[in-house]
Design a protein around this ligand. Structure first.
Ligand SMILES: [Zn+2]
Length: 295
């Protein structure tokens, strides 16, 4: 009876120990599992954080690159502007002033520099309507014109009536080619044009509309110097006989001249005469309403 009791007690102890051991083992395993899970979660979080950091750095680098590109662009623009001459501001014209707008067609030519020097001597500004091939041949003259405060405009590419006036688009194309050349050389976009032999009769209403739509300002003249016909120095007298103080004081006289050595030869005489009669020589500008022979 005692022995049986003893065995029973022993069994109970053993069972308790086993249970305890099982419990401890289970707890240990569970603990380890939890630890492991925690470690994995931590690693994952670190991974996410790392990815976020990389992404952030990438974005910062991108922003930095963008800022640097913008700064480089700005520097480049400033350099370009330094390279290109600045357009003179449009002056206000006193009401009583007698204004003459000298315009020179067909250049630039080697004579352009001489013309510019003469204009400087008489404090005169002018407007040059130029041929695209000549613009490309004498880019320094074009730059000098802008630098010295003169206006520049287009006179086309071919100067051939059959070519330039073959349709409305041909006129626009020729003027656009000249505009592009001037922009490349001076950095400035001009819209002033004079079509070869003037707007009448070639520029029909349809042609004019197309030219206006392209943004061009079509200019004719009020006084034709006929410098090509009279040569030097007779054209000077012809101009002086035709310039009207009344018209000059109103909208201004627009004098048609050409970039020719013979014209240059008597230009000092013309400018001297104009000055003595109280005329101021100015350059046309984009804000003016273009004058046309037959509106
Ligand atoms: Zn011409």
């Amino acid at each position: 009876m005692r022995a049986r009791e003893k065995r029973k007690n022993g069994n109970i102890r053993l069972l308790t120990v086993i249970t305890l051991l099982l419990f401890v083992s289970f707890s240990l395993v569970t603990y380890q599992l939890i630890q492991k899970k925690h470690a994995v979660a931590l690693a994952q979080q670190k991974e996410v954080e790392k990815k976020e950091q990389v992404q952030k750095e990438k974005e910062q680098a991108k922003e930095q690159a963008k800022r640097e590109a913008a700064a480089a662009q700005k520097r480049k623009k400033e350099e370009e502007q330094k390279k290109f001459p600045q357009i003179a501001p449009v002056p206000a014209i006193p009401a009583e002033e007698k204004t003459v707008y000298l315009t020179f067609d067909d250049g630039p030519f080697p004579v352009s520099m001489k013309l510019l020097d003469i204009l400087d001597q008489y404090n005169a500004k002018a407007t040059f309507f130029m041929m695209e091939p000549n613009i490309r041949k004498h880019p320094e003259a074009v730059k000098e014109m802008v630098k010295r405060g003169h206006a520049v405009g287009m006179h086309g590419v071919t100067h051939d009536v059959k070519q330039v006036y073959r349709n409305a688009q041909a006129v626009v194309d020729e003027m656009t080619a000249g505009q592009k050349a001037i922009k490349e050389i001076t950095g400035h976009e001009t819209h002033l044009i004079r079509t070869p032999y003037g707007s009448f009769p070639h520029m029909t209403p349809e042609y004019k509309q197309k030219s206006n739509e392209a943004g061009f300002k079509l200019w004719d003249w009020t006084v034709d110097s006929l410098d090509w016909k009279f040569r030097s120095p007779s054209y000077v007298n012809h101009v002086m006989n035709h310039v009207s103080p009344g018209r000059a004081q109103g909208n201004g006289e627009i004098i048609l001249l050409h970039e020719k050595p013979a014209t240059a030869q008597s230009l000092p005489t013309l400018l001297k005469n104009l000055q003595e009669k109280g005329y101021t020589m100015r350059a046309l500008n984009e804000n003016m309403k273009p004058y046309q022979l037959r509106p």
